[in-house]
Design a protein around this ligand. Structure first.
Ligand code: SAM
Length: 290
């Protein structure tokens, strides 16, 4: 019988005497419709690979094994490893790796596991306590990914997909949109998990861009400009960036922003990625490597 139903999940938990660890973000999916939506959004076929982070008892893993050519599932909780091996016994294209995804050498894992597939996507119901570090690791390591389709906290999904001008738009939106095109797939009620989390959830699909959304000579500097622009959300761009470049450059900064065609009294949350890139480029041209 398919895993990912309330009855089967309760049976497995009882059979193996499993107890949930809140500290590991263990909220297992028990709804076939949501599992179908996640797997459907990943555009898998038998030529593709899927990396799952946090397989739990394997509800999503089993569905991924049906759709993809190869599945590798990384699980941190050693109590789940024998359960997963048992449950996935017949799925010859699925492999379980015991480890912390934040510590694993993913480039090596990709080379060992996904050398012969035509593309790899990350598909997961992520542990919410480490959503952002996991996603930033996947993006910053420039892994050759096609899509990232993940269940995450709804509020975080909204921040990732936010456009300039709203309260949700911030440095996370810029970081994600620099590497990807985000799309909210669906919002998800508490009732589709055991145990139920006390936050709302959403599935987000991030499609990796061939090259970053904007052209910047120094990525690290670009992201420091972005961080600085959002340092105090109620302050103007000029005030936030003065704190970044130093008070003695206050006037020169106002000139620099005007040269970039950006009004210094705007707030960081109104700037597009291209505008942040323009500021970073102009600062570097002026020799301001702060
Ligand atoms: N995929 C399952 C499902 O949908 O029913 C379980 C999802 S549950 C939200 C998150 C899973 O991630 C848990 O199994 C948890 O043990 C695992 N996990 C937590 N932190 C992890 C980490 N750093 N690396 C790998 N797995 C982790």
């Amino acid at each position: 019988m398919e895993i990912g139903t309330p009855r089967r999940t309760k049976e497995i938990i009882a059979k193996y005497g499993f107890s949930f660890k809140k500290s590991l973000g263990q909220n297992f999916l028990i709804d076939q419709n949501i599992l179908n939506k996640i797997v459907g959004a990943a555009e898998l076929d038998k030529t593709k690979g899927a990396l799952e982070i946090g397989p739990g008892i394997g509800a999503l893993t089993q569905r991924l094994a049906e759709e993809a050519g190869k599945v590798t599932a990384v699980e941190i909780d050693n109590r789940l490893i024998p359960i997963l091996r048992d449950i996935l016994e017949g799925e010859t294209n699925a492999e379980v790796v015991h480890g912390d995804v934040l510590k694993l050498d993913l480039k090596q894992l990709f080379a060992e596991r996904f050398a012969d597939v035509s593309g790899v996507s990350v598909v997961a119901n992520l542990p919410y306590y480490v959503t952002t570090p996991i996603l930033m690791k996947l993006l910053e390591e420039r892994l050759p990914l096609e899509h990232i389709v993940v269940m995450i906290q709804k509020e975080v999904a909204e921040r990732m997909a936010a456009k300039p001008g709203g309260k949700d738009y911030g440095s996370l939106s810029v970081a994600v949109q620099y590497y990807c095109v985000p799309q909210l797939v669906c919002t998800v009620p508490h009732t589709v998990f055991i145990p139920q989390p006390n936050v709302d959830s959403a599935v987000i699909k991030l499609t990796l861009r061939d090259k970053p959304a904007v052209d910047v000579p120094d990525e690290e500097h670009f992201f420091r400009v972005v961080q600085a622009s959002f340092a105090q959300r109620r302050k103007t761009l000029a005030n936030n960036l003065t704190a970044f470049v130093g008070k003695d450059r206050r006037e020169a900064l106002a000139e620099l922003l005007k040269r970039c065609d950006i009004d210094p009294v705007r707030r960081g949350e109104t700037l597009s990625l291209e505008e942040f890139a323009r500021i970073s480029r102009a600062m570097l041209d002026a020799g301001w490597n702060a």
